[in-house]
Design a protein. Sequence first.
Length: 320
Amino acid sequence: MLNGAAAADNPRKSACNGGAVAFRPPMTSAARRPPLQESPTNFGGLKAAAPGISDDPGGLKAAAPGVFQRSRRPKRPPLQARKTRSGNRKCGQEWLQTAVNTSIARFAFFVIVGLAIQAAAQPAFVSEFEIAGFSCDGCAATASDALKKVPGVTRVDVTFATRRGRVESTRQIAPAEIRTALGKFGFEARFAGDVVVAPLTPRERAALDIKVASKGEAFILRDHLARGKFTIIDFWAEWCGPCHVLTPKIEHLVKERADVALRTVDLQNWESGAAKQATKEFKLAALPYVRVYGPDGKFIGDVVGNDIEKIKRLIAERSR
């Protein structure tokens, strides 16, 4: 026999009815489920009609009966989302502006540094000129070494093919300094505006006291001295480039002064008799080479290289 509490706890059983228990069949799942209801938005009654729950929360569906409309998203995000996006956009713009400013600053820095380096590398003084007297590639190297010894020179460019030279220096170098440096080796620097001394014509040469003392053979020096005149003995060779620069200048000196005579000695090569004699007797080591004798036949001095000014000084000093 069951009391009321027991009957409530067990749905399959009910209260006593005169000592007899009435059996109630169990409820099926269909009996427990609330019935489905038809609605314009509930096709085929698929949605459960739960009391208190709206089928159209927010009223986003149209009120027209029998018409189903899709719910639309709000056109604008919530205020907080808009603030977040605005903050992100502002932050991105600030970052971009900072990056641009940094790039500009770096570019300006490198430009300034580059200009400073270029200005520092730019030489203070530059001298460009032609070089006469070259006969081989080695002449360019010799001339370059001679120019590097000039005080203040920082860079030297000498090209054999173009016969041109370029000197960079920390001070203004006079053309005479460059001529002197190159003249020691028989070369001549020719600057813009310089007058080039041309050789005399055969007729002009024949009218002056210019004679050949030797063409490669050994010779007796005293037999070729001009009595009462300054005698210049010019040792040269056809293959000597600097010799072709100096000899015309000596010829013009003879043309200018009647008290000067010129005697030429063509060595031809270093194995000739004249070359061996000059090497042994006069200590000749390089061409061009000149010996100067006074009107009395006495030796005054010698000149190595292309230095016509020194020849003139030797004669002038003895003429006083």
